[in-house]
Design a protein around this ligand. Structure first.
Ligand code: 3EB
Length: 359
């Protein structure tokens, strides 16, 4: 059961308090990483409260998580289970908002949505199409502020006509933000972009009625100001975004890697990259405290999602993260290509005082 402990161990001790804590708080949502069996238990326990689910590695995800918006990402899971689910639970009842190709649900503050686009066109055209549709969709529902976006597509560092596919993706995304009047910086969400399998662009997102606060990392150049050596259009993501309601905080930390300034550090050295990434996550959380993040210590709940280029680094990275954040921190491990060929790993985080139900 050791691995199950790493996935969701911390929450065990709080099981009795969970629904009370969840619904008694103004925190609009909580995150859990669950096995397929746990998803079924969880959904029976919180009927009508699942904002959205994301299946990783599952063969028939819709069997495991029906009746709620469910994105499916073709990406191998490195935890003991061969499939894992990321589940966003709402403190308050949720309303479905499916429309066209979007599968979505919302509570009074937050909207979860996903879409999947066949990559039968150029990647810049696909990302432009996806993001303009996302902005039209969230604007039509009046949840117009993107907080956090997850971008998954195949062969992310492969060359296409002299540019990496990730650079093409950035061109379309950047143009869509401009076309829909989003201000670079102020309106930039936390995000990640990783290589998946299959042939689709899969995007899921959390959007909100209120913008939340932009949080950057003083150790890193803001990605939206990266110099042109990384592509003609900079990547449109913030290091983190902080959503706070009275007494409640959720910090969405973007995919974080071994980058200082704008340069990759420690190429070829996975343990050093892991430790540099941990330093960056700590720096972002420290910066969020300056911006007003209130949770800490016993009130704080940290969940991590780790992407490893090579499965062989799994045990080493798990030990580094345990050492840094404690053995009870929930970590989902996936195998994925990171968006720079010299990066071996990337870690995203959600840090909050919202309860993360285990089941
Ligand atoms: C970097 O600093 C690391 O393109 O949405 C991290 C998080 C990275 C998000 C994105 C890319 C993205 O460039 C890679």
């Amino acid at each position: 059961m050791e691995k199950t402990q790493t996935v969701t161990g911390r929450v065990h001790r709080r099981d009795d308090r969970d629904l009370a804590a969840l619904s008694g708080s103004a925190a609009p949502l909580a995150l859990s990483y669950l096995t397929p069996v746990e998803v079924a238990v969880h959904r029976a326990r919180y009927p009508g409260r699942t904002l959205g689910a994301v299946a990783f590695g599952a063969e028939s995800p819709r069997d495991a998580a029906p009746d709620c918006p469910c994105a499916w990402v073709d990406m191998p899971v490195l935890n003991d289970e061969s499939a894992m689910f990321e589940v966003w639970t709402s403190a308050h009842p949720v309303v479905r908002e499916d429309a066209g190709e979007f599968v979505a649900a919302r509570n009074e503050d937050i909207l979860f949505g996903c879409l999947q686009i066949k990559l039968d066109r150029r990647l810049d055209a696909a990302s432009y199409l996806a993001y303009t549709r996302i902005f039209d969709f969230i604007d039509s529902l009046d949840y117009g502020h993107l907080l956090r976006v997850w971008n998954y597509f195949p062969r992310i560092t492969a060359d296409a006509d002299g540019l990496e596919r990730y650079a093409w993706f950035n061109i379309g995304r950047h143009r869509a933000f401009a076309a829909k009047g989003r201000v670079i910086g102020a309106d930039t969400p936390a995000a990640c972009a990783l290589g998946s399998r299959g042939n689709d662009l899969v995007i899921y997102f959390l959007a909100a009625k209120r913008a939340g606060q932009l949080v950057e990392n003083p150790r890193q150049t803001s990605a939206f100001r990266y110099p042109a050596q990384y592509g003609p259009c900079s990547p449109t993501f913030a290091r983190a975004r902080l959503l706070q309601t009275a007494g409640n905080s959720v910090l969405f930390v973007s995919g974080t890697a071994s980058i200082v300034g704008h340069a990759t550090l420690h190429p070829g050295n996975a343990p050093a990259q892991a430790n540099e990434t941990i330093a960056n996550i700590r720096a972002v959380i420290a910066q969020a405290r300056l911006a007003g993040l209130e949770c800490s210590g016993a009130n704080a709940n940290l969940l991590l999602k780790t992407y490893l280029r090579h499965p062989r680094d799994f045990a080493m990275v798990r030990d580094c993260l345990k050492q840094a954040f404690g053995p009870a921190t929930s970590v989902l491990y996936l195998q994925a290509d990171v968006c720079r060929a010299d990066l071996l790993l990337e870690v995203e985080a959600v840090y909050s005082n919202a309860f993360a139900p285990r089941h």
